[in-house]
Design a protein around this ligand. Sequence first.
Ligand SMILES: NC(=O)c1ccc[n+]([C@@H]2O[C@H](COP(=O)([O-])OP(=O)(O)OC[C@H]3O[C@@H](n4cnc5c(N)ncnc54)[C@H](OP(=O)(O)O)[C@@H]3O)[C@@H](O)[C@H]2O)c1
Length: 335
Amino acid sequence: MNYEKLMLRAISHANQYKYTAKPNPVVGCIIVKGKEIISEGAHEKFGCNHAEINAINSAKLNLGKSFNSFEELTLICTLEPCNHTGKTGPCTEAIISSGIRNVVIGALDPNPLVSGKGIKKLKKNGINVISGICAELVEEQNKFFFFKNTYKRPFITAKIASSLDGKSHLLDDQKTWITCKESREDVQKLRASVDVILTGGNTVVNDNPLMNARVNFPINQPKKILLSSKTNFNFDAPFFKNANYEIITERSIKNVVNSFGSTDITSILVEAGPKLINSFLNEDYVDKLIIYESTSKLGPNGVDWFKGDNAVEKLGFKLESSYKIKSDTKKIYIK
Ligand SMILES: NC(=O)c1ccc[n+]([C@@H]2O[C@H](COP(=O)([O-])OP(=O)(O)OC[C@H]3O[C@@H](n4cnc5c(N)ncnc54)[C@H](OP(=O)(O)O)[C@@H]3O)[C@@H](O)[C@H]2O)c1
């Protein structure tokens, strides 16, 4: 049987939960009897049921109707079923006790401590397992999760708004809107897609930002992380009020980034001024750089983002894409 079509369907079913499942990976699951779809499930929300459990529970409602025994069924799952107890029980146990005899898997779990163990457990219990179906697509869909498990640190995106003459803000620290409304709306979606928004003490004091993701669909709000040695913040300010935030006083970017290795955070968006952004860039902790460039100039009273010409290219970045957002240009650079 060709399972690719069903795997693609499970991948796209999972995709709708990318803003609520994070920092967990999105996972989709389909249970079939031959070519007939019996049930579908996804990991819908962080901390809630895994995709396999939702699909099995929903299949149970059809027992005696569209099928008579779970032994007739095949479970297709985008990611290797977990074999450990986290916030929910192991999915391997649920599959084994359901009576399902055939399992088709997309990608293996990237965590070397658990990779392959789910498959091993299923096989040990007499279940036929096929794996590697559309694995690359599953890995791409869960890019941050796979990156974190491979490199033991979160994927880091730095986002900056720049005037046409390469400036960040005005010398007098006055809050300046550089980009258009449509670019700022695009940033809200970018924020919604990450686990953490990270900034610095001057930006919080000078700009008084809210720095959450203001979108019109359900999301698991990113945590806010503030790198600062200051102690005199106004904790009634929007940045802090009713927010999940943490202040980190450590100055070493390397230590800060590596401290996330033991957490479930897989992605960070750095939104800060030139000092902190350049610290991340110079220490080689930026995986993607996004520049929203406006058509207006700030002139000699503006603070430069970078020293010298072609600074971004000299740091080893290549332009991946560039397109217009109303009057601005969004440029995406990768290494
Ligand atoms: N155009 C844009 O996209 C954009 C975005 C954000 C901000 N801004 C502008 O940027 C201005 C502030 O820029 P900024 O760069 O001075 O401030 P920043 O974004 O607050 O970053 C610098 C601050 O980060 C903290 N920090 C901790 N570890 C650091 C390290 N290793 N290297 C550098 N900083 C570290 C320090 O906070 P403490 O001093 O508190 O210890 C430092 O003063 C604001 O006025 C704002 O308007 C522009």
